[in-house]
Design a protein. Structure first.
Length: 312
């Protein structure tokens, strides 16, 4: 079976690697154009492109697949199947119709819950008990196609956006390999999604990472985990923007954002309802540190009674 793979970030690269490990015939890779990165803004290839080049697979990087010339180029590859994982470009109907088996997508949620750009983080933020990966047949709507295969995993109390991402990348990679084999055998049957159960996972926004201390502690604790390792929640203490890498719920009450106590166990801060113990922080121009290490050298910065503010 001739497969064209379309994807961009590391999550997608793990899926491509799984197909290669399964000895699948990946005849071409589509990925987004190289983007500036780092302090020098040097153009950097995506993780998917880097992997494809290592394996000598032709790489295509059109700005859009709505261009008739790009569609003609894709058609010439005569793909039986297109596997799409976090590609980042819209596939118009003309592209979806090109492979004889259509296009399948590995989406990091239990559809129809969390259609859209940031399903991993939104599941943690919402307090979902589980997440997973859905392999679906693609259609023109956003993550609306028939579901071919689902795998699930519990969301642990200490899961972050990063840890859940890594687990789902592994689960999704295995699921795609399984789905491709079942498609080839003709044993997969799609299940239509119940649109009434759909929720939308909006793209992450840096402004959302500003801590609003008037919110309940339970919500903020989930937000800190969901937004780690990006964009990382933050707040302002005096004139310093403080990044908050880890917290846990605590007992206590006070004015929202007020420091109630500070010690080796963490920085105790009041929320709208309840309070949080901040256990890992990062000061400007510093690296992330356990609060016990910060407390030894910066005790005067964390005096009880001081109040965190939203970063401007």
């Amino acid at each position: 079976m001739r497969i064209v793979f379309a994807g961009t970030p590391e999550f997608a690269a793990q899926h491509l690697q799984a197909l290669l490990d399964a000895k699948r015939d990946v005849v071409a890779v589509y990925t987004q154009p190289d983007r500036p990165a780092g302090r020098g803004h040097k153009l950097m290839p995506s993780p998917v492109k880097q992997l494809a080049l290592q394996h000598g697979i032709p790489v295509y990087q059109p700005q859009t697949l709505r261009d008739p010339a790009a569609q003609t180029e894709l058609a010439a590859l005569q793909a039986d199947l297109m596997v799409v994982v976090a590609y980042g470009l819209i596939l118009p109907q003309a592209v979806l119709d090109l492979p004889c088996l259509g296009c399948i997508n590995s989406h990091a949620s239990l559809l129809p819950r969390w259609r859209g750009a940031a399903p991993i983080q939104r599941a943690i933020e919402a307090g979902d008990a589980e997440s997973g990966v859905t392999v679906m047949q693609m259609e023109a709507g956003l993550d609306t196609g028939p579901m071919l295969l689902k795998v699930s995993t519990p969301i642990a109390d200490d899961d972050t956006g990063g840890s859940l991402h890594d687990r789902l990348a592994e689960l999704g990679s295995n699921a795609v390999v399984e789905a491709v084999a079942a498609l080839e055998a003709g044993t997969l049957v799609g299940e239509v999604q119940d649109d009434s159960q759909a929720t939308y996972a909006h793209k992450l926004n840096k402004d959302e990472a500003r801590i609003d201390w008037s919110r309940p502690a339970i919500e903020l604790e989930r937000l800190v985990r969901a937004f780690h390792p990006w964009p990382i929640c933050h707040s302002q203490l005096d004139e310093a923007a403080v990044k908050i890498h880890a917290t846990r719920p605590a007992a206590g009450q006070g004015a929202p954002g007020q420091i109630l106590d500070a010690g080796k166990d963490g920085l105790h801060v009041a929320c709208g309802t309840g309070s949080l113990l901040l256990t890992r922080l990062q000061l400007p121009n510093g690296k992330p540190l356990n609060f016990s290490d910060l407390y030894n050298s910066r005790r005067e910065q964390f005096t009880p009674g001081k109040v965190f503010q939203q970063c401007r």
